[in-house]
Design a protein around this ligand. Structure first.
Ligand SMILES: [Zn+2]
Length: 221
């Protein structure tokens, strides 16, 4: 119960901070949300997107899953948690940015690279969304250590998710007209650094204030 008591005390602090000091914000939020950014992040306990970005309540619409993956558009596809979140964020909330936030030491990507998830009921199939990232890494870096291959796959899987985002017609259309921008970010836990995908370099680099946006003509290959 230690964790639970800690979380309840944490909520009391949150309540005091936001409801006494920032009442105006919550008066606005009571009426609805208007976030301009959606983040797709990993379920990993170390990679909380609002904590990492300093976002306030109402700032970001978040979906988290194992290995921060976006499945491709698949009409009639099963219980589609990520597509449902995308549909709501893009068509109803009209977000202007979608950030796919990957990270170092990702257990989901490790399961994909080592195929250790394949014996389970769900993980192997889920992380298989990024199978082409695994294939690219094994083809491009066959002699590298498993750790370097995993890091390359964590980054390649972000690009797979960005590519998959473009298979949703209502996302592709908005990206093509410049109404929406896609971003690939990578949180390096060991270095405490945030990297951003730069389509011009076809690689990740330390993020700058004017973070590169992926828009028309810059989509990843
Ligand atoms: Zn992860």
């Amino acid at each position: 119960m230690k964790d639970i008591a800690h979380f309840i005390a944490g909520f009391r602090r949150f309540q005091e901070k936001y409801f006494s000091e920032d009442r105006e914000l919550f008066e606005q939020l009571r009426l609805g949300q208007r976030p301009r950014t959606m983040i797709v992040a990993c379920a990993d306990s170390r990679v909380d997107p609002t904590l990492l970005t300093g976002a306030e309540p109402g700032d970001v619409f978040v979906v988290r899953n194992v290995a921060n993956l976006v499945p491709p558009h698949e009409p009639g596809g099963g219980f589609a948690s990520v597509p449902a979140a995308l549909e709501f964020a893009v068509l109803s909330l009209k977000v202007e940015h979608i950030i796919v936030l990957g990270h170092a030491q990702c257990g989901g990507i490790n399961a994909l690279m080592s195929e250790s998830g394949n014996g389970g009921e769900f993980i192997g199939k889920w992380v298989g969304i990024a199978q082409r990232a695994r294939e690219r890494v094994l083809a491009d870096l066959p002699a590298k250590s498993p750790a370097l291959q995993a890091r390359a796959c964590e980054q390649a899987a972000i690009l797979v998710s960005l590519e998959n985002l473009m298979t949703y017609p209502w996302i592709a259309e908005r990206v093509d007209t410049g109404a929406m921008h896609l971003h690939g970010w990578y949180f390096d836990i060991a270095q405490g650094e945030l990297l951003s995908y730069n389509p011009a370099l076809n690689g990740f680099e330390p993020i700058r204030a004017e973070a590169a946006a992926m828009s028309k003509g810059e989509s990843s290959g």
